[in-house]
Design a protein around this ligand. Sequence first.
Ligand SMILES: [Zn+2]
Length: 170
Amino acid sequence: MSTRPLDRINEIIIHCAATPNGKWFTAFDIDQWHAKRGFKRDPRQAQYSPHKHIGYHFVIGIKGGVEIGRNQYEIGAHCQGRNLSSIGICLVGTDKFTIRQWDALKALVLALLMKFPNAHVLGHRDTSPDANGDGHIDRSEWTKTCPGFDVYTWLRGEMQPLPPHLLDMP
Ligand SMILES: [Zn+2]
């Protein structure tokens, strides 16, 4: 089963590509990396897409372009245990992103929240297991650093770019 009804979607999970900050990569590159990792899209879902492997639903490049990976009905491959009910967005870079990326991320997340108003927005690292069971996933519990910034701080700041994570680049 590779698809889901859209009413299953209750999370929007933000990732980074773990590529050098400010360096140009596209969904095409990620598709090749995910092919090597053995990810494979359902051919029926991918038939009109150039990307046959990519696990994310969206990729945001350093110029702020938003590329489509999987379609929203299609179960992603980006966050173990959460794929069935989430949409995955990947920012190219590791922990610093261009103003265009921040703008595009805000626009995309706002658009998705119009469609999925009850969805919880979080970073990949925020899905780490709550090892001490206190109800919070803190730094000591992260099993990964992706997406390289605190999504909750970004949301509380009305989705404005986070200065320590803003890449100074036109
Ligand atoms: Zn990730």
